[in-house]
Design a protein around this ligand. Structure first.
Ligand code: ZN
Length: 530
């Protein structure tokens, strides 16, 4: 039987805030025991408070006084938490496995036992792909498998890379991590090498004649739970989309400065690709945005609202190239209603960061307006954070499909406000979002595969299912009160929103993985833990 005491199962850094959550209607005495069983702290919890997200009562046990390295547990009466560590380097292993996930998702190349262990496989998806509705075939191999399936989607790829670039900007030590990939040891840092693997594929998805970018390449449907080389149905390239083309432009523009010191020609190729995509993106506007063409049923990344992608693209283009045209277009978009976010659907927050960090001249009034919008958004999140016993910026309506991505994303919004205001309260709140993901949550699960004591064993991820072992280092989707798959309905019907999670292979709505969830978490960790 699992404990009713929830902690970050990885642990805490010595000087970070440390809070455990205990389920109960009354305040409790709690103890912190060290590895020898000795009590090193005894305190009283906060008063109990009702939580609409869990439909339960909980108290907080704050043991931030514990700063000495070591292994500990929290004890309340006869109940104990899982053991956790206090130490400066507790996240190193998780960060490396979160990064290695991208390598293990590589498509169109052999993964050898030496670097991929049990997930080794021959090259996959390397036949030319049919451009939908034509007899034209195109070579688009490479890139990363997107998620639990083997599709490759530009919108998803672009936001993944954007988050990874922000992670690097906030924590350059990521570039020193030995990811144990075949190219390790070369002049280019491993993470940039890995990102380049995705960039090279994205470049293949741009039409040479027009500069427009195809939305995705997948088979017509999803395959069974097999290794990727066994998915051999015809690959289909879906039509150009505005979101893919704008996101592509933004992402390529961002990438230029990271690669210029290592490979000037590659950086120039991306600059050219970004400019061509940006110049034509508006020509692809179709009412309602991209939808799957008939006969294709893989992920749509449907997005009816395409202004935020153009907003982001114009900001990154200005930041990268300093052309007045991009500035004017961005400033024009600012006056329209855009959707702020760091997810695949709402991307304008990336645009804000680009405009506010460019070395080219900006308009003070517009910059102030952006800063105010960022702080306003964070303040709204702070209200939810203060009201939520688990100290996340969610209310009971926020546990939707991919909720863990929004947890990470909200943490980044709080960090943005910290950067602008210098107020520690935002930074502390942002860090609590990481504690939630690593186990301080009512599902009593560490949401990163292979990490913690209460682990995720059955992620909706084809290689993991084929090998019968969860690949390490994947952030899974988390609670979704919408009950969007049969397993979720069976296991979670009647549960409170924050508890609608089930560790089942077929629960794609609560237990899947994606490249852009890993990247969102890496971005937040780089921001608030460095
Ligand atoms: Zn593949």
């Amino acid at each position: 039987m699992k404990s009713k005491i929830y902690v970050n199962e990885i642990g805490y850094r010595p000087n970070d805030r440390k809070v455990a959550i205990y389920c109960g209607k009354d305040a409790v005495n709690f103890q912190i025991l060290d590895k020898t069983g000795a009590c090193v702290l005894q305190k009283v919890s906060t008063e109990s408070r009702y939580n609409p997200s869990t439909e339960n009562y909980e108290v907080k046990c704050d043991f931030s006084e514990i700063k000495e390295n070591g292994e500990y547990i929290v004890k309340v009466a006869d109940e104990v938490s899982v053991p956790f560590v206090v130490g400066e380097d507790i996240y190193n292993h998780s960060v490396k496995s979160l990064m290695r996930f991208f390598y293990l998702q590589r498509c169109g190349t052999e993964l050898t036992k030496e670097f991929a262990g049990e997930y080794a496989h021959p090259s996959c998806h390397n036949t030319p792909a049919r451009i939908y509705g034509t007899d034209i075939f195109r070579e688009v191999n490479g890139g990363w498998h997107d998620a639990g399936d083997y599709g490759r989607y530009i919108v998803a790829a672009a936001v993944t890379l954007a988050a990874l670039f922000h992670a690097i900007e906030n924590d350059e030590s990521l570039l020193k991590v030995d990811m144990q990939i075949p190219e390790s040891g070369q002049a280019m840092p491993d993470l940039l090498t890995e990102i380049r693997y995705e960039l090279e594929w994205m470049l293949k998805m741009q039409d040479e004649a027009t500069g427009k970018v195809y939305h995705k390449v997948t088979c017509a449907g999803f395959c069974d739970f097999i290794m990727p080389e066994y998915e051999t149905e015809e690959l289909v390239i879906c039509p150009f989309s505005l979101t893919a083309t704008a996101d592509f432009a933004a992402c390529m523009a961002m990438a230029v400065k990271f690669y210029a010191p290592y490979d000037k020609a590659f950086a120039e190729r991306m600059a050219e690709a970004a400019k061509r995509a940006y110049a034509v993106m508006r020509e692809i506007q179709v009412p309602g945005g991209f939808l799957n063409p008939e006969g294709v049923v893989t992920g749509t990344y449907e997005d009816k609202y395409e202004l935020d992608e153009q907003y982001w693209a114009s900001a990154e283009m200005y930041k990268a190239f300093g052309d007045e045209l991009y500035k004017n277009e961005f400033e024009n978009y600012v006056n329209q209603e855009v959707m702020h976010g760091y997810g695949w659907e709402d991307v304008a927050s990336f645009g804000n960061l680009a405009y506010l960090s460019t070395s080219y001249p900006t308009d003070d009034k517009i910059a102030d307006k952006l800063r105010k919008a960022i702080v306003d958004k964070a303040d709204a999140l702070m209200k939810k954070y203060e009201a939520n016993n688990y100290e996340i910026s969610f209310d009971e309506k926020d546990f939707i499909w991919g909720s863990n991505m929004y947890i990470a994303e909200n943490g980044s919004h709080l960090f943005d406000a910290y950067k602008i205001t210098g107020k520690d309260e935002y930074l502390i709140a942002a860090r609590e979002h990481i504690n939630y993901i690593f186990g301080k949550n009512p599902c009593n699960v560490c949401f990163i595969t292979g990490a913690g004591t209460n682990q995720v064993y059955n992620p909706h991820h084809r290689p993991s299912a084929a090998v019968k072992k969860a690949m390490l280092g994947m952030l899974i989707g988390g609670p979704d009160s919408g009950l969007h798959d049969p397993d979720a309905v069976r296991d979670c019907a009647g549960l409170a929103p924050a508890l609608c999670y089930t560790d089942k292979l077929l629960s794609y709505s609560t237990n899947e993985v994606t490249i852009y969830w890993n990247s969102a978490l890496l971005m937040l960790m780089a921001q608030v833990l460095s």
